[in-house]
Design a protein around this ligand. Structure first.
Ligand SMILES: C[S@@+](CC[C@H](N)C(=O)[O-])C[C@H]1O[C@@H](n2cnc3c(N)ncnc32)[C@H](O)[C@@H]1O
Length: 296
């Protein structure tokens, strides 16, 4: 509940503001914006919904609405977004975490648990390459049993790593399992990890530069370094495949998010890198989305 001491606006209640905002954004999005502006989230918002808003809260709502009207994605306007069990800080320095990437985490968790059964040494070494907000790696760090693994979060973007660091700071004890590396793919990792990684997981940029299906808001607002890749979108997947053959331990897994329509090409890339047990799994919409391979 808000403790804002600023004067109330008289009769302008949160219900009225919610209704008015809905005309711009749609009802659920309007609720999220009003919750953000009021500082009252979830059931608490319903407790204040009949109360008048303060002038300061209305000004906050107005400034967020102005950004929405400019076409800025709601997630950046709110400044945070939920991903699995996390509420992640997100802004224009990082890709907005997508629901399909939550499935990539699910697969990587399964691989890490299997690695724990096959190897007694602890902690297992896991790497989330191209971590952005930290969505994948921080989910691994929070959802795996404490002490089981160290999770390396890397990115070529120093700005993105700053966001991942800020998100790690909110994790408490789980954050102590997290390590950071700045640089391009495997170059960001300490050389001592070569041949030691139990799982490499990545959601690399995989969109071809000329792909016309990319939404205008995505192109305009999200960092292009997080989206696009050469070689018809496959350049970074190729680098990850070749690097994994070198940096994974025997039996280690590579889990990589891919674009729908890339499955056959990605399978070729993974096999050409010498990786085994290659398979592609669909997302909830039925699109090929997650490629998995194992070092022999
Ligand atoms: C599609 S985003 C994924 C972000 C986050 N992992 C997620 O799933 O929401 C790709 C990320 O890869 C990073 N990236 C791009 N090129 C890279 C490179 N050469 N080496 C390491 N990271 C790179 C981008 O900065 C971006 O954060």
């Amino acid at each position: 509940m808000t403790t804002d001491p600023a004067p109330a606006t008289g009769t302008l209640t949160w219900r009225t503001l919610w209704d008015e905002t809905s005309l711009v954004t749609g009802r659920p999005q309007a609720r999220w914006l009003c919750e953000e502006a009021s500082g009252a989230f979830g059931p608490e918002f319903l407790e204040v919904v009949a109360q008048p808003a303060t002038e300061r809260c209305v000004a906050h709502l107005d400034s967020m609405l102005a950004r929405v009207r400019q076409g800025e994605p709601l997630q950046y306007v709110l400044g945070h977004w939920s991903f699995r069990r996390l509420d992640l800080l997100v802004d224009q320095r990082v890709l907005i975490p997508r629901p399909e990437t939550e499935l990539v985490v699910e697969v990587a968790l399964g691989c890490a648990r299997q690695a724990a059964l096959e190897h007694a040494d602890r902690p297992l070494q896991l790497a989330d390459l191209g971590t952005g907000s930290g969505a994948i790696g921080l989910s691994l760090a929070t959802e795996l049993p404490r002490g089981l693994a160290e999770v390396w979060l890397t990115d070529v973007s120093a700005e993105a790593l700053d966001v991942a660091r800020a998100n790690t700071a909110g994790l408490g004890m789980a954050g102590t399992a997290v390590r950071f590396g700045h640089g391009s793919w495997f170059v960001a990792l300490p050389p001592t990890l070569r041949g030691q990684l139990a799982v490499v997981v990545s959601n690399p940029p995989y969109i071809a530069h000329d792909d016309e299906r990319v939404q205008e808001a995505v192109r305009a607002w999200e960092p292009s370094i997080a989206l696009f890749a050469d070689d018809n979108g496959l350049a970074h997947v190729s680098t990850l495949a070749a690097g994994s053959a070198e940096w994974l331990r025997s039996g280690g897994w590579l889990v990589v998010e891919i674009g729908s329509g890339q499955a056959a090409a990605v399978v070729d890339v993974l096999q050409a890198a010498g990786l085994a047990d290659v398979e592609v799994r669909p997302d909830l919409a039925g699109h090929d989305r997650i490629a998995i391979a194992r070092k022999r």
